[in-house]
Ligand binder design. Structure first.
Ligand code: TRP
Length: 343
């Protein structure tokens, strides 16, 4: 039995939070055991907003290193940078001819971004979901772990795949969303615990970044907003701050809510905050150390990413040939340069 293929990507924009780790990255790493996973730093997507070239290059490598530091294992999974595999852009063009203007116009993320980046509503922002469809469809992906905000884009990928297959035969696998319950959805802002912890939150105290120093982490938890009730119980409606801390402690410790409530039956908020901070420090410290190691050894990181790109390129080319053939584009004379085996 072949393992199901999973594809996921993240943009190299800004740093990732504890919420991103618990809600996405940690689940990605857990999937590696029984799935054929492909993880991609989607740098081409990030170009839909202006990037400073010097900073951008560092951010792309930072995110790749962070994927690895969080436990993505290049021996088990394929990890690479999107712009290293030209077939993503190539397939995006082909798929754009199977995507309707009206479909793209309905995307809520486009409408939001067109509003928040009114001075730069470029065509790439509009066709962004087509590139995402290409990412996914290029690998015969069965499952895509996505957050709530990307569900509409995944739905479009499915529609495009179905439309293409209907016209040209069963070339694409129609991908299923893998709704990753809990996790990021559950981890809330430390200052406004009714809101999701967001990497774009303005207040520094609101969010814990994966790469935060231990002293910063402890400080943020000590200042976390709770309430005046003075009891530690699982009452989300009246005590969102306390429940958020309980959930974070549990996620870090791998404990159930019952275990957490028993552990904190002393009802002391101060101890809840400090122990949650300490649990998070213990969880993130090895990641930060591994990240620092990888970022100080450019040759190692580059080698891993080059091997990942080779693997991805070979797989992508197999799909490209099927797509080109289905469309009537000639393969004769197509030169495909793979450096597979270079390592
Ligand atoms: N659009 C996604 C985001 O902003 C990133 C992304 C690009 C992606 N291509 C993908 C996610 C393919 C899953 C699969 O979060």
């Amino acid at each position: 039995m072949k393992k199901p293929i999973v594809f996921s990507g993240a943009q190299p924009t800004g740093q990732l939070t504890l919420g991103n780790y618990l809600g996405a990255l940690r689940q990605w790493t857990a999937m590696q055991a029984d799935h054929d996973c492909i993880f991609c730093v989607v740098d081409l997507h990030a170009l839909t907003v202006r990037q400073d070239p010097v900073l951008f290059r560092e951010r792309i490598l930072d995110l790749a290193a962070l994927f690895l530091a969080c436990g993505i294992d290049p021996e088990k999974s394929t990890i690479f940078i999107q712009s290293h595999v030209p077939a993503h852009a190539e397939l995006a063009w082909l798929l754009s001819t199977f995507t309707m203007m009206g479909e793209l116009d309905r995307m809520t993320q486009f409408k939001d971004k067109a509003r928040s980046h009114a001075q730069n509503v470029n065509a790439g922002l509009f066709t962004y979901p087509v590139l995402m469809a290409a990412d996914i469809l290029l690998y015969g992906t069965h499952k895509v772990p996505v957050g709530e905000d990307q569900k509409q884009h995944l739905e479009l990928s499915r529609d495009v795949a179905v439309r293409f297959n209907g016209l040209h035969g069963p070339v694409f696998v129609v991908p299923e969303p893998l709704v990753t319950g809990g996790g990021a959805a559950r981890i809330k802002d430390l200052q406004e615990p009714t809101k999701k912890m967001s990497k774009t939150a303005e207040a520094d105290l609101a969010k814990v970044m994966i790469l935060d120093e231990p002293t910063a982490i402890l400080k943020k938890f000590k200042k976390a907003v709770t309430d005046g009730l003075g009891v530690i119980q699982d009452d989300e409606t009246n005590q969102p701050g306390v429940v958020n801390l309980l959930n974070i402690w549990r996620a870090a410790k791998g404990a159930t809510m019952e275990e957490a409530l028993a552990h904190f039956s002393h009802n002391q908020y101060g101890r809840l905050k400090v122990e949650t901070g300490e649990a998070v420090i213990a969880l993130l410290e090895p990641i930060r150390n591994r990240f620092t190691e990888l970022r100080s050894d450019p040759a190692e990181l580059e080698g891993i990413l080059a091997r990942g790109a080779d693997q991805a390129m070979v797989r992508a080319e197999a799909m490209m040939q099927r797509v080109l053939t289905a469309l009537g584009l000639p393969l004769n004379g197509r030169r495909f340069v793979s450096q597979a085996g270079r390592s």
